[in-house]
Design a protein around this ligand. Sequence first.
Ligand code: SAM
Length: 277
Amino acid sequence: MELWYSERGIVPGLALSVEVSKVLHEEQTEFQHLAIVDTPLYGRMLWLDNIIMTNIKDEFVYHEMISHVALNTHPNPKKVLVIGGGDGGAIREIIKHPSVEKAVLVEIDRRVVETSKEYLPEIAGALDDPKVEVLYEDGIKYAKEHKNEFDVILVDSTDPIGPAVGLFEGDFYKNCYEALKEDGIFVAQTESPYYNEKLIPKVQKDIRSLYPITKLYLAFIPTYPGGCWSFTMGSKKHDPETVDFSTRPNYPARYYNHGIHKAAFVLPNFVHELINK
Ligand code: SAM
């Protein structure tokens, strides 16, 4: 008998369905419903609260693009904070960068990390690297308690529901600004421009009120609604569009390259309209 999992509800009126060959693990954690399934099309997948988080086939796009754009914009990133991101994909990318000395992951749900290590070692394997510190706490609280400490902060959050709601709010953004050093860079995943006509302009306004350089960039991710995904960057000093790539390191990546870095900031007109609303 065929088994299909459907992501429904996050975008009203839209369902994204994928055939499942095997359910490997399901549990209700303290924070959310967690499932690991095997699929013929995307390989192994992690779902949280019936929403697709990551999968073996296309995870590289999201994890490279949330990490390398900021890490290559900053001339010498040494200390990096990831809020959320318990699957470990962003951390795997961050520690490829030769200047990074320490990466801190603050994930609210310990079970996401433990389950990812068990079932998705290709994504989570770097979480045991000696440069990486994993903390199980609320990223909202953590950001408030740290000042002038990080070169780069990445918010690899779930969609703005449940414990992640506060990760899309002005107070949290202000605390991240203060947790960054004087030339620090902030990046948050900010959902699909097709379906988030309210969220994206709000985040732009919040980030613009803090950072002299605020930009949105795009990447193409088949398993996220709309396929076209946005990231919002706030930078205190370094402009992502004027990077001298001759001074930046080379390391293996499957989506990110210097051409993609530049092209990601070229936006369709409807996205320009959205961020200037
Ligand atoms: N790339 C994914 C996407 O866009 O679908 C998101 C990755 S998922 C691993 C995001 C993680 O953020 C989840 O594991 C969730 O537990 C965590 N998270 C949600 N709210 C959080 C909070 N307030 N503090 C820390 N982590 C949080």
